[in-house]
Design a protein around this ligand. Structure first.
Ligand code: C5P
Length: 310
């Protein structure tokens, strides 16, 4: 993205509020490898940022405060354990700046949904406070801080479509020639805990179906949704379905509604469906809504940029 050049110029501290928009992610490919000595699983994944956004506004303040509205309000802790608060403190420690800011989070990305909503907010907080404080970190510097906070966070600083390795924190962009893909999301009533899904994956024998993502990479370059449909894969899907068997009905409903393919997003429980184009996505979404098989249906395009100042 050309905005990256803009981002990497030295910047002055902001006086007014800084607004940052950050997307959700889905995994087009998720291969789970062996457990590492640190307890994480070795991953090979293809991240894809989609146009479903959270927004953080950061203002100057004498202390660190966080308020929120939207998805997860009342459920999500706004204390020291919140990833946004942890991100602000990590950036302050890294740069020697006081961890002072008044932050407001507007949430559209559902929580515990396999869409990396919490990670997205942490990425947004890093980009917002970097701008507010004028710390002048490069995007790569921010990705290093991001990696200490969570495996998906460096990707949400970057955005687009990217290969993730290590525990997911090592990201390299995949250039897809500007093609836009159309997705439909079926959001479940209740969230799923990522560690619980990984544990179920291990208990089920750690079976992997997703090989190397070579076919997927080729499909992305081919820009043919029918080809891409055959290459989407997620090793955590069986574990998510084991914990929530009813999600199989949602996946079946999406296919009956005409989707080219359906899969669980990340650790779930969100089901994501590939459409031919925007019109097709709207038709699938309307059909899924009529079936009342999930809490909410959303359409989104991808890839989109990562956390960006508006
Ligand atoms: O890195 P993050 O804090 O987002 O990970 C949440 C949890 O997901 C970890 O505590 C771990 O249980 C699981 N996980 C894993 N292997 C990964 C990434 C996450 O086992 N590569």
């Amino acid at each position: 993205f050309s905005e990256d050049e803009e981002f990497d110029r030295p910047r002055l501290a902001a006086h007014g509020p800084v607004r940052v928009r950050v997307p959700a992610k889905i995994n087009l490919h998720l291969h789970v490898g062996p457990t590492r000595p640190d307890g994480y699983h070795e991953l090979t994944t293809v991240y894809h940022a989609i146009g479903l956004y959270d927004e953080i506004t950061a203002r100057r303040g004498d202390t660190l405060t966080l308020t929120m509205e939207g998805e997860g309000t009342g459920e999500l802790s706004l204390g020291e354990d919140n990833l946004v608060v942890r991100a602000v403190r990590a950036l302050a420690a890294e740069t020697g700046h006081d961890p002072h800011a008044r932050l407001h989070l507007k949430k559209q990305i559902p929580i515990a949904a396999g869409l990396a909503g919490g990670s997205a907010d942490a990425a947004a907080a890093l980009v917002a406070c970097d701008q507010l404080w004028g710390t002048g970190m490069s995007r790569d510097d921010l990705a290093v801080v991001a990696a200490t906070l969570g495996s998906d966070i460096p990707f949400l600083v970057l955005g687009g479509t990217a290969l993730g390795t290590g525990r997911g924190e090592l990201v390299s962009p995949i250039l897809t020639g500007g093609h836009t893909w159309h997705w439909v999301l079926a959001v479940a009533e209740e969230g799923l805990s990522t560690p619980v899904v990984y544990r179920a994956f291990d208990e089920l024998g750690g079976r992997t179906n997703a090989g190397p993502p070579d076919g997927l990479m080729a499909a992305l370059r081919q820009r043919d949704p029918e080809v891409l449909a055959g290459e989407l894969a997620n090793d955590l899907q069986a574990a998510a379905l084991h914990l929530r068997p009813e999600l199989q009905q949602v996946l079946d409903a999406g296919i009956e509604a005409g989707a080219l393919a359906g899969l669980i997003s990340g650790s779930g429980p969100t089901c994501v469906f590939l459409a031919e184009d925007g019109r097709h996505a709207a038709l699938i979404a309307a059909d899924l809504e009529e079936r009342r098989c999930c809490r909410a249906v959303r359409t989104a395009v991808g890839p989109v940029p990562g956390a960006r100042v508006l």
